[in-house]
Design a protein around this ligand. Sequence first.
Ligand code: SF4
Length: 367
Amino acid sequence: MKFIEEFNDPELAHRLLDDIHATVTRPWAMMEVCGGQTHSIIRHGLDQLLPKEVELIHGPGCPVCVTPLEMIDKALAIASRPEVIFCSFGDMLRVPGTGRDLFRVRGEGGDVRVVYSPLDALAIARRHPDRQVVFFGIGFETTAPANAMAVYEARRQGITNFSLLVSHVCVPPAIEAIMQSPDCRVQAFLAAGHVCSVMGTAQYPELAERHRVPIVVTGFEPLDILEGVRRTVRQLERGEHRVENAYPRAVRAEGNPAALRMIEEVFESADRAWRGIGTIPASGLRLSAAFRAYDAEERFDVGEVRTAEPAECRSGEVLQGLLKPHECAAFGTTCTPRTPLGATMVSNEGACAAYYLYRRLEVAPVG
Ligand code: SF4
């Protein structure tokens, strides 16, 4: 399959690995920002093929994982209302809130539906004018254009029974927060290619310069990741800190102008809480004043939401790259994909899920 098999070529992978081995002279720690990259690294064992000097630190780029508990609990409260059809991407249904998840709400009679696009949710709203249809609009800059488009179309078509429960987060402020942490060991970033395909690379040179870190835009297939690591190691060894695009088949410096226009039209910057990390200033998006009528948080008064994270879940440290999943005592024992204590164990992009899927026979739980 074009663009898949050709980026899995073992011969080319060996050549890239040889180059990395020949270049590296001392230890370096780099963070892959996106959970999709983490899964690719662990699934293909790329970290085990790299020189021991190159450490890959798993970053916070899993949108499901960083959606704050308070927002999950609000989703559960809204989805429980009899007049609501609550629509979401499938991977949010098993994310634990305080005491239950969306699957449980569905089991208790709530009308919770899995959709593949926010526009599917809008179509449901059109078919059911007597119901309130809410779409759970989470994610990084990658999902923001489609969510913005749904709200834009709702207003254009005069559909008033549709709203968005928004929990969008943005990558550059997270990089800033990671670099400002006193425990930070990160010396370079593999930036998330899909985010850059929307946003472009304009936000990164200032970050790279100020923190003196290379930022290499990287894709998701094994060769993409090895090429991103190769370029990063080369910069680190030379003492450089530039923004490089190692994913040119998908990313242009200016991003996707149509998607950017849609985000700008519908959203505005806002402080956002990140699950397990805390509030990062100006790290998210919310509906702008012109579209605030479509904000589910404004439309539904869910009262006071009291949240409680399981004490043994250390996903906040996992998301900041301070802890590997198997170093959590609950990994593979009390916490499994069937009995998740944190979102990082259920999300398709969660680091705990990646280690459970591909490494659990190699890494004994640390008790
Ligand atoms: S293994 Fe489970 S309990 Fe531990 S950090 Fe990951 S999600 Fe939380």
